[in-house]
Design a protein around this ligand. Structure first.
Ligand code: BGC
Ligand code: ZN
Length: 598
């Protein structure tokens, strides 16, 4: 039976909602091998019954429906366990009309982000629903696309026919998506919706342990950012900012005018919080940092969490109310810098980059700031309390990423790795969490005592703490054994290279601390060189981080909040903006955080 003729009209009504659901009817098309659909009346007004009552029998994957993880993964959750939040909220309709097989490459242009709900409109919408028979050559996702969407950790993916995958790959496409917690919506009719931003509502029947369930799905276009909206959101007048004036050797709280409304793809941010680190303190001791060209003051702050208040007319995903973390480094302008031209300014070759709040660009320690949308990373609301840690965590995330690349040079499996963190500052502690969460046996070596707060925190994550006071570095491997990966986060060369003695064969020493310049430090270079060569060891330095490291850091932080939330929260010490100059001069907590938004 032709299902098209009784579709809901699909055109947006005055309320703007567009129904994307296929009507369920007797003997309608279904996936080959699934139960057929039976819909008949058991009582009827026409037959003299007091009411009309129907009997419906159908497979749970009939018409417009969702797939639950248990559909392809034994023991996994059923459709009744889906969070309502995953199925209601902002969504994007993407059109890929000329492909039968959609690959990661086809999706690459869309800059798909974590947490997105995607509805993929293919040519199925116009060719599959108005025929009676099952259409075998329906458009679908291949494995590369499924893996990409799983890696991006989107919330939902919808497609306009009865399966998201096809052929031999079909089950694996499902498994990859379902395994990553992506809600799969199948059997949509997207013939009346164009590409763009919408709100989606998808409510599947609550079938206990159900491997799937028919759903009513509708979308409504999201209001485009308009000038009236911009005007009402845009704050006016003055704002507070914390600046350093290197020539005057001053750090102070000042008033500045609020930036103008965002143009083109700019976004106006209201800063929520800014973390303070060693780099900021060095800048405040006038040993580092450069104001923007022509300026005498530099607005501090590079570890920011912000909320979007207004967006320029050309933004693609940013919306007022979204929480974001800006990246720090901005690309250099040199056309020959291969790194910056590929948006990998963390590997900038020329050194002519700028860094917000550090070199040649103002930071975020002001109530408002402007930023290009492409330098913002969206943050899930659930992380709001700890998201200020994302930037420092990117340092460890990038180190872990490079380490993985180096480690993959072996063609064999390595048994459980042993890791050592040098330093129990914020980067060291976050590094310890990274190793521990990755299943690496983790030790933290630092100068604080073994019964101190930091030692407790390390143990709360399940890692081991060693105090330099009790075990000097040259005795460390006697106590804990040889180390496969050392992550240095103290900025003291004697400690960094002192750890070479503990490094195992094939070990990797990662340097992330930046020591102040001072005279030469004596070293036993011939012994080091001998060891490094004969043991295939690697030493590498790492600075800054790319967008992908931020996205990775967000995933890791979510994981930490499941594994050891108490330890993460106890890193933070919040102060108000008027205390910022003081906290910049002298640290108080492990990670001091200046709170700006009321
Ligand atoms: C920041 C990096 C920056 C580095 C050097 C660190 O504190 O986290 O983003 O690249 O300082 O300026
Ligand atoms: Zn560059």
């Amino acid at each position: 039976m032709n299902t098209k003729n009784i579709f809901f009209d699909g055109l947006a009504g005055s309320d703007g909602w567009i129904d994307l659901s296929v009507a369920i009817q007797h003997e309608m098309v279904h996936f080959p091998g699934d139960p057929s659909v039976e819909l008949r009346q058991t009582k009827h007004l026409d037959w003299g019954d007091p009411a009309t009552v129907s009997h419906l029998s159908l497979g749970v994957h009939t018409g417009t429906h969702v797939d639950a993880p248990v559909h392809f993964i034994g023991g996994a959750p059923g459709v009744d366990e889906f969070s309502i939040d995953a199925m209601i909220g902002p969504a994007r309709v993407i059109e890929i009309l000329d492909k039968e097989t959609c690959t990661a490459q086809d999706l690459a242009a869309y800059d798909i982000r974590e947490g997105e709900r995607l509805l993929l409109r293919t040519n199925n919408s116009t060719r599959c629903w108005n025929v009676d028979a099952f259409v075998e050559d329906y458009a679908h996702l291949d494995m590369t696309a499924a893996r990409m969407l799983a890696e991006r950790r989107i919330r939902m993916v919808g497609i306009d026919y009865l399966s998201i995958g096809r052929g031999n790959e079909g089950p694996e496409v499902h498994r990859v998506l379902l395994g990553a917690g992506v809600v799969i919506v199948e059997g949509l009719d997207l013939s009346r919706v164009a590409a763009g931003f919408y709100d989606v509502v998808c409510l599947p029947l609550k079938i206990l342990g159900g491997d799937g369930a028919p759903a009513r799905v509708a979308v409504r276009r999201r209001e485009a950012p308009t000038s009236s909206r911009r005007a009402s959101n845009a704050p006016a007048g003055m704002m507070r900012a914390v600046v350093v004036a290197p020539q005057e050797k001053k750090v102070r709280l000042v008033e500045r005018s609020v930036p103008h409304g965002p143009a083109a793809s700019e976004v106006l941010l209201r800063t929520v919080e800014v973390g303070i680190c060693g780099t900021d303190r060095e800048i405040c001791h006038f040993q580092y940092g450069t104001p923007p060209p022509g300026a005498t003051e530099l607005v501090l702050g590079h570890e920011a969490l912000a909320e979007i208040v207004d967006v320029g007319p050309e933004v693609t995903w940013a919306r007022p109310g979204d929480l974001v973390v800006p990246t720090v480094r901005r690309p250099c302008k040199n056309p020959h810098c291969a790194a910056c031209r590929q948006e990998r300014q963390d590997f900038c070759i020329t050194g002519e980059f700028s860094e917000r709040g550090i070199v040649r660009a103002d930071g975020f320690l002001s109530e408002y700031s402007l930023e290009e949308e492409r330098f913002l990373v969206p943050v899930p609301r659930v992380l709001e309390q700890v998201a200020v840690l994302i930037e420092p965590l990117t340092i460890a995330a990038k180190a872990a990423d490079v380490f993985t690349t180096i480690h993959s040079r072996f063609g064999f499996d390595v048994p459980r790795l042993r890791g050592l963190i040098l330093g129990a500052g914020p980067v060291g502690l976050l590094g310890a969490m990274v190793l521990q969460a990755q299943g690496i046996e983790t030790h933290v070596f630092s100068r604080e005592a073994e019964d101190g707060v930091r030692a407790d925190l390390v143990r709360a994550c399940g890692a081991n703490y060693v105090s330099a006071g009790r075990t000097p570095l040259d005795r460390l491997s006697e106590r804990i054994g040889k180390i496969d990966v050392v992550f240095e986060a103290v900025g003291v060369p004697e400690v960094a290279f002192g750890a070479l003695d503990t490094l195992a064969a094939n070990g990797v020493l990662i340097l992330s601390g930046v020591p102040a310049e001072r005279g030469a430090v004596p070293a036993d270079l011939s012994r080091w060189m001998r060891e490094i060569v004969l043991k295939n060891q690697v030493i590498f330095g790492t600075v800054n981080a790319s967008r992908s490291n931020y996205e990775d850091a967000i995933r890791r932080l979510e994981q930490f909040m499941v594994l050891f939330p108490g330890a993460v929260l106890s890193l933070l010490n919040r102060v108000a903006i008027d205390q910022a100059p003081d906290v910049l001069a002298r640290g108080r907590g492990i990670k001091d955080v200046v709170t700006l938004a009321a």
